[in-house]
Design a protein around this ligand. Structure first.
Ligand code: SAM
Length: 455
């Protein structure tokens, strides 16, 4: 590949002699030529700029000087691109704060060019007719930006482009796998955090999983960290992910990091309910409860249960005792979006604690936390919110430190819910009767132990 850099400050490009770039040049993997634009001036002062038509601050670079420079540089003889004698692919790259963002995809595409000419602007930039002209002569012209800020000149942006492209050329980076596994690579996620020796540094430990030697677990952990990082730092990148490439676990990890990608991308927030939110919780509870009931249950029984147990008064009582009763809400993180879309209620003790008849010595101990409710609006099914909410509820119990198990009951016919809880580390250990509006139903009882690491 041939690269030509045209600038009024050619010394800027001394950096290209260093490191991998310098080695790539020495090895003949890339041929870089640096040109001083002033070589193509024709006046005594070697002028490259003039005042802008239409007025305004600053100076603009003259098209005639650039035209002479680029005609010559773009005419540099190159070997035919293929045996059929097709013309070589020549790209004119013009850095500008008003350009399209330079991306890894663009860099990958530019590895296929035979020549890249970078025209580095200064002052207020280059007369627009320069890019218009070369585009009309059917050159490939790319006006690119390296970020939403303004630099003094295009040289730094030229170095960025050259480095991003050249390191992808065969033979430039020692271990080719390292350019595949990076941020912005095929998967479209940011890279996971990296750690090296020493294992313990200033009281900070390397995450235990990385020392486990279990490659599967390490891979899974790294992918989860990539998802969380991308959700926190670059949620816009999630829009470009193939939703079919995300499984339910991925969605739950993203939801835990506040991003949902289905049914549409939304930011969510999981937090403790405030004492004044009893009415909102009751409305959500009444709306979501019927979907968890077996289909044969009479409607009247469901309605009776709701009007007895899922009322504003009941939730107001629970919220008045936050030491024993924990209600977590999830809602869309939009200004003014107050209606929750999911909730959990966990009793750590007190009047709503786990009924004593649920105790099974050796399996369910007295004093287990009782996850009485975990519901998410139907519209948000499959979004990962329920999993994220459940994990947050368990983490909340762990943080309180009063209970070593979380117990719940769910209807024996609700296979979907049972699979969901199992996936989250709950085990079916017994059954219980659960009365809904006077009708007796059978529940599976599931339990999850809170491990030392969770506390
Ligand atoms: N008046 C121009 C504007 O508002 O877009 C800024 C001109 S800037 C002072 C001078 C030169 O720096 C530009 O011609 C361009 O080559 C380069 N430059 C500045 N910011 C850049 C960015 N974010 N990406 C790429 N090149 C940039």
């Amino acid at each position: 590949m041939r690269i030509d850099l045209v600038s009024i400050f050619p010394d800027y490009f001394a950096a290209l002699d260093l490191s991998l770039m310098g080695k790539a040049r020495e090895a003949g993997l890339v041929d870089v030529a640096v040109h001083d634009l002033r070589k193509w001036t024709e006046d005594r002062h070697r002028t490259v700029d003039d005042t802008p038509y239409g007025g305004g601050a600053g100076m603009v670079m003259r098209p005639d000087v650039w035209g002479r420079a680029l005609d010559e540089v773009l005419d540099h003889p190159l070997p035919a691109a293929d045996e059929g004698g097709a013309p070589p692919r020549r790209v004119l790259a013009v850095p500008t704060a008003a350009g399209v963002p330079l991306t890894q995809r663009m860099a990958e595409d530019l590895t296929g060019a035979d020549q890249i000419v970078v025209a580095c602007g200064r002052y207020e930039g280059i007369d627009q007719r320069v890019t218009d002209h070369y585009r009309s002569r059917e050159y490939e012209v790319v006006e690119y930006s390296i970020g939403d800020y303004v630099l003094n000149g295009g040289e730094v942006a030229a170095l960025v482009l050259v480095e991003a492209v050249v390191r992808l050329l065969d033979g430039v980076v020692g271990n080719p796998a390292s350019v595949v596994e990076e941020s912005h690579s095929a998967e479209g996620l940011l890279e996971h955090p990296a750690y090296t020796k020493p294992r313990s540094w200033r009281g900070l430990e390397v995450p235990g999983v990385l020392l486990s030697g279990n490659h599967r677990r390490i891979q899974d952990w790294r992918r989860d960290r990539s998802l969380v990082r991308t959700a926190h730092r670059r949620p816009d990148m999630l829009d470009r992910l193939d939703p079919n490439g995300l499984d339910v676990h991925d969605r739950e990890i993203l939801a835990g990091a506040g991003q949902v990608v289905r049914p549409r991308r939304a930011r969510i927030r999981i937090r403790l309910a405030r004492p004044d939110e009893a009415a909102a919780v009751a409305t959500l509870a009444a709306r979501t409860f019927p979907a968890a009931c077996p289909p044969h249950l009479p409607r009247q029984a469901v309605e009776d249960f709701i009007s007895e147990n899922l009322t504003e008064e009941v939730f107001a009582q629970l919220l008045a005792e936050p030491r024993d009763n924990r209600i977590l809400l999830v809602h869309e993180d939009l200004p003014g979006a107050t209606e929750p879309i999911g909730y959990t209620f966990t009793a750590l003790g007190g009047a709503h604690a786990m009924p004593t008849e649920m105790v099974r010595p050796g399996k369910i101990e007295m004093g287990a936390a009782y996850l009485s409710k975990c519901y998410v609006d139907e519209d948000w099914r499959g979004s990962g919110i329920a999993g994220a909410l459940l994990e947050r509820a368990v983490a909340d119990v762990a943080t309180r430190g009063r209970n070593s198990q979380v117990v719940l009951g769910t209807n024996v016919g609700n296979g979907r819910a049972i699979r969901f809880y199992r996936r989250h580390g709950f085990k079916v250990v017994s059954r219980r009767k659960f009365i809904v509006g006077g009708v007796v139903n059978l529940d599976e009882v599931l339990v999850r132990n809170i491990t030392a690491t969770q506390r």
